[in-house]
Design a protein around this ligand. Structure first.
Ligand SMILES: [Fe+2]
Ligand SMILES: [Fe+2]
Length: 261
């Protein structure tokens, strides 16, 4: 586990504050932690899907990707369908064909399709745990975290793609770091689950970072390093500054900040 975490800790510019862990392990926050985690898994799948639809695959492949995620979105946003039926939608049934003249490699498609499959599996696993713990699914607002990074994404190509990939790397790395930080404090079933997630989230982080370097490297290597540094600072700020809302990726709980000062 330490081996997996070492590159992640090196990449992130701050650790999860212990005040966040204290908040996360309160029994009254368990439903928020799990529901937000659930939605994060879907969002991870959606952003990977949007990337390959936008940059890499042809229209028919894009439609197949939309159809793949639709039952998960129906459940999450419209509370439609039985969660157990999602197990029948775990796989993508159509082969992905690249867009004509797409400058982006099949590596982007392969890595992102595998990532989507894994995130959807994690989504289902969170639902299983919620079912065991008798926690019903309900809509909750999303945290400021991803939004707070994505608003700095540049609006011209290939900078947009590079920035989105770097944000993806930070979100995956932080998730991984938080699962590891929570594992010692939660019950055995949840701890086992969090540790089982570390391996794939660590790989997702590396995949995003490699892709960013690959696509951006053609432009300018030092510019990529600059952007990694920039988003690292934005990310650390979102994690360590006071946040009034508790979520999986929220900042330092306001109550804790207030009581310490
Ligand atoms: Fe995941
Ligand atoms: Fe992931």
């Amino acid at each position: 586990m330490e081996q997996l975490l070492q590159p992640i800790r090196q990449f992130l510019r701050c650790e999860t504050p212990h005040q966040w862990i204290d908040e996360a392990i309160k029994p009254e926050n368990l439903h928020l932690l799990l529901i937000d985690h659930l939605v994060c898994e879907l969002k991870a799948a959606q952003s990977a899907m949007l990337l390959i639809r936008r940059y890499a695959v042809d229209e028919a492949s894009g439609d197949a990707l939309l159809a793949w995620l639709k039952p998960y979105e129906d459940f999450t946003y419209r509370k439609e369908g039985d969660w157990r039926a999602l197990a029948d939608h775990a796989r993508l049934t159509k082969a992905m064909l690249p867009k004509r003249d797409a400058p982006y490699s099949s590596e982007l498609i392969d890595k992102m399709v595998l990532l989507i499959k894994e995130e959807l599996h994690h989504f289902y696993q969170v639902l299983e745990i919620m079912h065991e713990l008798d926690i019903p699914y309900d809509n909750i607002s999303s945290s400021r975290y991803a939004r707070g990074m994505l608003r700095h994404v540049r609006t011209h190509e290939p900078a947009t793609l590079v920035d989105k990939l770097i944000c993806g790397a930070y979100i995956e790395a932080r998730s991984c770091e938080r699962f590891a930080a929570l594992a010692p404090y939660v019950d055995e079933r949840l701890a086992k689950f969090y540790i089982s997630l570390l391996r794939s989230e660590a790989r997702h982080f590396e995949d995003y970072l490699t892709l960013a370097q690959q696509f951006g490297g053609a432009v300018n290597n030092s510019e990529i390093n600059e952007r990694v540094k920039f988003f690292g600072e934005v990310e650390a700020q979102l994690i360590s500054s006071p946040d009034s809302e508790f979520r999986f990726h929220s900042g330092c709980p306001v109550r804790a900040v207030a009581s310490e000062s």
